[in-house]
Ligand binder design. Structure first.
Ligand code: TXA
Ligand code: MG
Length: 337
């Protein structure tokens, strides 16, 4: 790691140790990090993001050996087995919901007895975590309901003069948030589609996709509670400009304003003519490429004061499930704006 980065990391450790915030790169999206054991610091995350206190934070640890910093150990046998079956996917874009270590302040878990935890796979995040004697609570580094940042520049854009120190880590490799799965039930249940494909996880646990993707059974405790189900706010990942999925879009006419288009293929001559701004993020519907560039493309077009942004659709398998999930939520801003 270059000396410059080392110095920055030391600076970040100091800020975090004193209860401050630092934006950090991960392989999924940039996170807004604080010492997860420091209640005041975690308050700052909610304040800066304008995040409702009912929406809990993900806690990041440096390695398996430090899972206990966030999670109540030892785990019950079955949970331990479920964890062992995916242990090699860490560091990586998988977040698991496990019983919380009571050392975590209530605010981190929004009062729940569980905690969402992961080991990120980015050299800067891992180095920082290894240097901190505490775990890091870090939601995506954007205002609540906005588009997650996949470049350091996005974070500075998002928070302007209020931006904390941003550790530079280049473009996020995945470009979509981690997949979240709870291990607190009889079988693992997916809470948020993400960069780790659901099919792959179901295979690892030897369960069917239907089981992994089943609806939550309303439990006594949950009924009437107002805890936000992860990543499931209907309007989320939404730019200010109205977003349309291709099949739902109104006829685009240059005479009625400038429209933007995000293409997952080489645009046709007609498409080139119709749209004032074209952003081709894949030439052949490659879901890895689409995931990697989607949020940056939405941000870029959002700056151009367009009438609307029309986005291609992709097949809902593997990563495509997370891509379509984000696009549906991004397009939900139309009804309210
Ligand atoms: O890829 C990611 O997961 C990024 C990077 C920075 O790690 N983080 C991220 O955090 O996307 P955030 O806060 O934007 O989304 C975290 C989601 C929220 O929807 C929250 O509801 C859910 O995780 N969550 C957190 N704690 C939970 C818990 N104890 N039980 C269920 N869901 C939880
Ligand atoms: Mg987020």
């Amino acid at each position: 790691m270059p000396l410059m980065d080392e110095q920055r990391i030391q600076q970040a450790v100091e800020i975090l140790s004193q209860g401050g915030l630092v934006a950090i790169p991960t392989e999924t999206v940039y996170g807004l990090a604080a010492n997860a054991w420091n209640e005041e610091a975690c308050h700052e995350i909610f304040a800066l993001k304008r995040r409702p206190p009912s929406n809990p934070l993900i806690v990041h640890v440096a390695q398996r050996g430090r899972l206990g910093d966030a999670v109540a150990l030892p785990l019950p046998d079955k949970m331990e087995q479920r964890l062992a079956a995916v242990a090699d996917l860490w560091p990586g874009p998988l977040t698991l919901v496990l019983p919380r270590n009571p050392r975590l302040p209530r605010i981190v878990t929004a009062g729940q007895e569980s905690v969402a935890v992961r080991i990120p796979s980015h050299p800067v995040a891992l180095k920082l975590l290894a240097c901190c004697p505490f775990p890091l609570a870090a939601p995506s580094a954007n205002r609540s309901t906005g588009v997650s940042p996949t470049q350091a520049e996005h974070v500075r854009d998002e928070f302007g003069g209020d931006a904390p120190l941003v550790l530079e880590g280049g473009d996020c490799r995945c470009g979509l948030e981690s997949t979240i799965v709870t291990l607190l039930e009889d079988e693992p249940r997916l809470l948020r589609f993400g960069a780790m494909p659901a099919e792959f996880l179901a295979h690892r646990w030897g369960i069917s996709l239907d089981v992994l993707l089943r609806e939550a059974a309303p439990s006594e405790g949950e009924r009437g509670s107002n805890t936000v189900v992860p990543g499931q706010l209907k309007i989320h990942y939404a730019p200010r400009t109205a977003v349309w999925l291709l099949d739902d879009a109104p006829p685009v006419d240059r005479r009625r304003g400038r429209w933007g288009r995000i293409c997952f293929h080489d645009p046709t001559d007609r498409e080139r003519e119709e749209y004032a701004e074209l952003c081709v993020i894949s030439r052949d519907d490659d879901s890895t490429e689409i995931a990697g560039r989607l949020f940056a493309a939405l941000r870029e077009l959002d700056h151009l004061h367009l009438e609307g942004i029309v986005v291609d659709k992709c097949a809902e398998i593997g990563l495509g499930r997370a891509i379509m999930d984000r696009l549906r939520r991004a397009s939900a801003n139309r009804s309210t704006s």
